[in-house]
Design a binder for this molecule. Structure first.
Ligand SMILES: Cc1cc2nc3c(=O)[nH]c(=O)nc-3n(C[C@H](O)[C@H](O)[C@H](O)COP(=O)(O)OP(=O)(O)OC[C@H]3O[C@@H](n4cnc5c(N)ncnc54)[C@H](O)[C@@H]3O)c2cc1C
Length: 318
């Protein structure tokens, strides 16, 4: 196997342009996909481009309210696993690319829905290697950080020798395992656009806490102003060929306040959201779960989302 370990993004993009070598970040999907039998090393077809050591992909910045998380930042950092953010800020500072306090500020801005989704992905050792860029490029409808990124209406920053382009995650992923990544491109960062949300929700339904396959997941985020919901988006994982968003259901929460999310009014709202969402929730039976279970749980989670948002508004007297 021919492999390349470039020291700079420019070098990596030249290799992509010349021979389209396969990007390899944490390898936690690729090592499984290309595993060989009888203890032999995995056999990735074609040349491999290791991207985990490229300094330009290991940054995290907060600029004009936009949060950019580098494509090679390990998920342990996003998940805030014990000690990992501190070690990461120190390593970025010692590499001379940014001061630790600036990195710490950007790390603190990671929205809770994304942190929680990352913390539910795999297990701590896996998160030391795995990346969000890998989760996105793998484009599984059950990808945990992918669902959170849909709820955040995040963007993918792509680069090639010809320049940069930015796509929304929902444009980037075109089907199960399919994306708009061109043969000469790399994901350089994931961008959470400004304004960052004031509230988030994450729920993964699996059989156990760690290394669980996602039967169904739900992610949501909201922007709140003067006690009212000014932005809301919910995303469902593992209930369709891609992560599912239902803007018609989301919009029912706009303008609502804490009192609208209590009692019979809230029940009516949850019911209306479920009616709007139901036709779009089209799961399948597979080894992880049944279509019927997935659909029932996904629709029930709408109630949990609304009650969690109501509690947040009340507790914070918004
Ligand atoms: C034991 C185990 C448990 C798991 N648990 C979960 C789970 O709970 N939830 C979940 O969602 N996933 C899970 N996964 C899947 C996997 O860990 C994730 O999808 C992970 O985020 C992949 O990241 P990676 O960096 O390892 O990707 P890699 O394996 O390195 O790459 C995956 C894909 O992304 C592409 N890629 C990587 N970086 C770039 C880049 N910068 N630009 C362009 N393309 C790129 C690669 O070419 C490849 O196509 C699990 C895997 C294992 C082995």
């Amino acid at each position: 196997m021919n492999s390349y370990r470039p020291d700079t993004l420019k070098e990596a993009l030249n290799i992509r342009a010349d021979i389209s070598a396969k990007p390899f970040a944490g390898g936690t999907d690729l090592m499984v996909r290309y595993r060989a039998k009888n203890g032999m090393p995995p056999t990735v077809p074609g040349p491999v481009l290791f991207v985990d050591g490229i300094p330009e992909l290991r940054g995290i910045t907060l600029s004009d309210g936009n949060l950019d998380i580098g494509a090679a930042v390990p998920l342990a950092v996003v998940a805030d696993d014990p000690g990992d953010r501190t070690a990461f800020a120190e390593s970025v500072e010692s590499a001379g690319s940014a001061v630790g306090s600036v990195v710490a500020e950007a790390l603190a801005a990671i929205p809770e829905v994304l942190r929680a989704a990352a913390a539910d992905l795999g297990a701590p050792a896996l998160r030391q290697r795995a990346t969000m860029a890998g989760n996105l490029a793998n484009a599984s409808p059950a990808g945990d950080t992918v669902a959170a990124l849909y709820a955040l209406e995040a963007q993918v920053v792509l680069a090639s020798v010809n320049g940069e382009r930015i796509l929304s995650v929902s444009e980037f992923i075109t089907g199960p395992g399919r994306t708009l990544l061109a043969d000469n491109e790399l994901i350089t960062a994931i961008r959470i656009p400004s304004p960052l949300p004031g509230w988030g929700y994450w729920r993964k339904v699996g059989t156990r806490r760690a290394n669980a396959l996602t039967k169904v997941s739900a992610a949501a985020s909201a922007r709140l102003e003067a006690g009212s919901i000014t932005g809301f988006s919910m995303a469902f994982g593992a209930v369709g060929p891609v992560i599912i968003r239902v803007p018609a259901a989301d919009s029912l929460l706009l303008g609502k306040t804490a009192s609208d999310l209590e009692g019979p009014a809230a029940e009516g709202l949850v019911q209306a959201m479920a009616v709007a969402a139901a036709p779009h929730i089209t799961p399948i039976d597979d080894q992880r779960s049944t279509a019927k279970y997935r659909k029932t749980v996904a629709l029930n989670l709408i109630g949990e989302v609304v009650s969690s948002l109501a509690s947040h508004l009340k507790e914070n007297q918004l």
